[in-house]
Design a protein around this ligand. Structure first.
Ligand SMILES: Nc1ncnc2c1ncn2[C@@H]1O[C@H](COP(=O)(O)OP(=O)(O)OP(=O)(O)O)[C@@H](O)[C@H]1O
Ligand SMILES: [Mg+2]
Length: 233
């Protein structure tokens, strides 16, 4: 289980998270929702080890992740797809995947690259193209594949659909479901709340660095005023 307990975080000397509690079970999809600036990416970056936490804890099966460097967090089994689907544009797709897999034992790299290409077979005909030649949706596929190539137990996606076409978004949503069905716990940040609540069984709503809601998705859907007031500030 991945748990965040009473997480406090500052950025640029300003408190942006004021005591956040989250928990994600294996195979569960949790949505993290909230308006611009609510603190979603800050939460993701804290879990990823990119931003230092002021206080509170981030635990993977009771073991602390807070204080670990990003590569150690990843090695422990928590893979993050950061906002903005950035790839290494000059490298081919297959090299982007190999770079992401480079901390695996050498004998596993090819097998894991093959496994993620089975998840995104549409990338196979483009493997040798420089990643900058891809569409935004294809880049997001590469980013998700880069996260999955290390066989994470938890996957965190910051903005699944931002800037992507509806068709691609449906495809990515199907992959997220499939990955969760294999037992991976997913924390999903998604601007389209209805999509997020369709995919996720659990939901958290952040409002200016505090949780305005934590519970199951149907409960949140039945109380649209919570989302409205959070998004309107
Ligand atoms: N690089 C930074 N330095 C200082 N403060 C920052 C920085 N980036 C974000 N913040 C502040 O941290 C708070 C939370 O921002 P964050 O990016 O986590 O929100 P978010 O929920 O991901 O928003 P969005 O929906 O726009 O991605 C905001 O008040 C924001 O102004
Ligand atoms: Mg963000």
């Amino acid at each position: 289980m991945l748990t965040v307990q009473n997480l406090h975080l500052q950025r640029g000397g300003k408190a942006v998270l004021h005591g956040i509690d989250l928990s994600i079970q294996p195979g569960q999809i949790c949505a993290l929702l909230g308006a611009n600036g609510a603190g979603k990416s800050s939460t993701v970056m804290a879990i990823a080890g990119v931003l230092p936490v002021q206080s509170g804890s981030i635990l993977l099966n009771q073991q602390p992740l807070h204080g670990l460097r990003p590569e150690r967090v990843r090695a422990a089994g928590v893979a993050v797809v950061p906002e903005g689907h950035k790839v290494l544009g000059d490298l081919s797709i297959v090299d982007n995947l190999r770079v992401a897999a480079s901390n695996l034992p050498a004998g596993q790299v090819n097998a894991q690259v093959e496994r993620v290409l089975d998840i995104f077979p549409e990338l196979r005909p483009k493997l040798l193209l420089p990643a900058r030649a891809l569409s935004g949706g294809q880049k997001q596929m590469v980013c998700i594949a880069q996260a999955l190539v290390v066989m994470p137990r938890f996957l965190i996606i910051d903005e699944l659909s931002l800037g992507l076409s509806p068709l691609i978004v449906q495809r990515l949503a199907a992959v997220v479901r499939e990955v969760a069905q294999q037992g991976v716990g997913v924390l999903l940040i998604e601007q389209f709340t209805s999509l997020a609540l369709d995919i996720a069984s659990q939901a958290y709503v952040l409002e200016r660095g505090r949780l305005a809601f934590a519970g199951d998705s149907p409960t949140l859907r039945a109380q649209p005023d919570i989302l409205h007031s959070s998004y309107l500030g």
